[in-house]
Design a protein. Structure first.
Length: 214
């Protein structure tokens, strides 16, 4: 316990950094994920192609490589941002590809007749998708989205290698101070467990409230 109690502020700062990364990157991933899912089922060929390319590239790119591309590549084009914003951008964009596929699979579970009925009433594609299809699809994709965001929380550990304050980075100063590495990592693991269990509990509530009855 002395490892935790003697360095409570350091652990607290790391945990707060991980929570901030998780929350903001999750919001970005959800917005982009739903948008790309809409692109992938859109009647416009160019939008479908863009959505497909987005998912294909990001799902098949290692996250660490994407971090390097964002942190080292974007400044060359004049985009100079704090490292934590670069981390949020990399995490959010990467995770959005997986959110997109989860949402698209949910859209495919909605009967085709729902969309046809909406179009027969004169509704546009955005109206049909936003008012008819997505609300029904969301109910079936709550569990996979929750699992994806839990993975995002754990992936945030990569940000520590890019000068971003987060939980895993706590081990470096503690190791330099001579604390036992095993207990340092035990309390780091507890911190990640708190974050992931919180996300899991939130999505369990959402699933019970909005999920499809089995």
């Amino acid at each position: 316990m002395n490892v935790l109690l003697d360095n409570l502020s350091l652990y607290g700062k790391g945990l707060l950094g991980t929570v901030e990364l998780t929350v903001f990157a999750s919001l970005l991933a959800l917005v982009l994920g739903f948008l790309m899912a809409a692109f992938r089922v859109a009647p416009v060929g160019s939008l479908r192609a863009f959505g497909t390319a987005w998912v294909t590239v990001l799902r098949n790119t290692p996250l660490t490589l994407l971090f390097f591309a964002v942190v080292l590549g974007l400044p060359r084009f004049g985009f100079v941002l704090p490292f934590n914003l670069f981390a949020i951008l990399a995490l959010g964009c990467y995770t959005s590809a997986f959110i997109c596929e989860a949402v698209r699979s949910g859209i495919n579970t909605v009967p085709v007749g729902q969309g046809e009925a909406a179009r027969s009433l004169g509704m546009t594609f955005p109206q049909t998708l936003g008012g008819i299809v997505l609300p029904q699809a969301f109910r079936s994709v709550i569990p996979p989205i929750g699992s994806t965001l839990i993975a995002l929380a754990k992936n945030s550990a990569i940000a520590g290698a890019f000068s971003v304050t987060e939980l895993l980075g706590v081990y470096k100063p503690l190791s330099e101070m001579g604390y036992a590495i095993i207990w340092t990592f035990v309390w780091i693991a507890v911190g990640y467990l708190i974050v992931t269990l919180t996300i899991s509990a939130l999505f369990n509530v959402l699933e019970k409230r909005f999920g499809v009855a089995r």
